[in-house]
Design a protein around this ligand. Structure first.
Ligand SMILES: Nc1ncnc2c1ncn2[C@@H]1O[C@H](COP(=O)(O)OP(=O)(O)OP(=O)(O)O)[C@@H](O)[C@H]1O
Length: 139
């Protein structure tokens, strides 16, 4: 995946709360182009595979249960400096600490149910994008 791309997913709390539209609107208004988008229901195994890096953390099982509790909206986005700019747009992991105007501040329920994911490096963006989309879907 080119380095001007990042991967995101709108998480089950925000999809269930009806925030998909407003979140996508803010992403596009911030200059990100949507390269790929779909709606998916993860299995417990898939959620565990996606968050394998957190397998030893105490919140891992709860995180997997949450991530497969409802539909998610994975997307690949394009913009110059995509990874860093998108992390700024979504704000801190804990919405209580997220800056005013960020997506998590506006739409997240809690530290775990924090509305949206954003890749933390170009390498992870490529791996995470490939988890959900084929090469053909990413042209
Ligand atoms: N202490 C915690 N308790 C419960 N859930 C947590 C905790 N820390 C993180 N999480 C959940 O695990 C996800 C991944 O944690 P990570 O530390 O990678 O945060 P992040 O990089 O800001 O989030 P993401 O990778 O989803 O963008 C968080 O987005 C959140 O949903």
């Amino acid at each position: 995946m080119p380095t001007n791309r990042t991967f995101t997913m709108i998480k089950p709390d925000a999809v269930a709360d009806g925030f998909t539209g407003p979140i996508i609107q803010q992403i596009e208004a911030a200059g990100f182009k949507i390269i790929a988008l779909k709606k998916v229901q993860l299995s417990s195994e898939e959620a565990g595979a996606f968050y394998a890096v957190h397998a030893e953390r105490p919140f891992f099982q709860s995180l997997c249960d949450y991530m497969c509790s409802g539909a998610i909206i994975p997307m690949v986005l394009e913009k110059e400096n995509a990874v860093e700019d998108f992390r700024k747009l979504i704000g801190a992991t804990n919405p209580a600490q997220a800056a005013e105007g960020t997506i998590r501040k506006q739409f997240a329920r809690s530290l775990e149910s924090n509305a949206i994911h954003g890749s933390d490096s170009d390498e992870n963006a490529a791996v995470e994008g490939a988890f959900f989309f084929t090469e053909k879907e990413l042209v």
